[in-house]
Write a protein that binds this ligand. Structure first.
Ligand code: HEM
Length: 171
């Protein structure tokens, strides 16, 4: 009931137990999940694809690029593994802070500012890949969506703060 009311008010709450169940029972192979997310997001948006691929100037063949994208998927998995713990899911300030820092880190990944829409594309891809797996119920999907919403919102805060700090310094 609490989460239903929170949703009506437009501020859904993180449901740690449900999120952990989604992570452990619905997303069986985490690295494979994020690899699919990256492929999905690259297919959705050429701009994102160019950024992710151009980070690896020295990679030549498609196989090599795919290998590098799989390494990125593993790093995103490590990040989510860190988030999906009692200490972080149960502590909304801590969760927001970790995401904010990760967003700040993103400010150094490309010289041009990421389009606002890129963040939503990433979030949508993470939802779509899970939804397409066919192994998840609606309430579980909503719990995952709520977590991703918090991750997205706070990463963006960190990202845009870091970008404006950089531009104030003339970077
Ligand atoms: C909610 C959305 C996102 C999440 C959860 C996420 C997560 C991550 C994580 C955990 C890493 C690895 C950090 C490390 O190990 O140091 C990473 C790297 C990266 N992300 Fe994101 N990211 C998101 C959105 C974006 C967006 C919108 C872009 C824009 C294209 C982007 C571009 C990159 C790039 C270029 C890298 C570095 C790749 C490299 O080092 O080769 N990310 N991301």
């Amino acid at each position: 009931m609490g989460s239903f009311l929170a949703r009506l008010r437009g501020k859904p709450r993180i449901q740690p137990t449900r999120v952990k169940a989604v992570w452990n029972e619905c997303i069986i192979d985490h690295a494979e999940y994020f690899h699919k997310v990256i492929l999905n997001v690259c297919a959705r948006d050429e701009g994102i694809r160019d950024i992710l691929r151009s980070r690896n100037k020295y990679t030549k063949s498609e196989d090599e690029i795919d290998f590098v994208l799989r390494l990125l998927a593993e790093r995103i998995e490590i990040f989510f593994n860190g988030l999906i713990t009692d200490e972080i899911l149960g502590n909304s300030n801590e969760l927001k802070q970790v995401c904010y820092q990760m967003g700040k880190q993103h400010a150094s990944y490309a010289t041009d500012t990421f389009k606002l829409v890129y963040w939503d594309e990433f979030t949508l891809a993470m939802i779509e890949v899970l939804e397409d797996s066919g192994s998840i119920g609606r309430d579980d999907l909503r719990a995952w969506q709520t977590l991703l919403h918090v991750v997205n919102e706070n990463m963006q805060e960190g990202y845009f703060d870091a970008r404006s700090e950089g531009s104030n310094r003339g970077v």
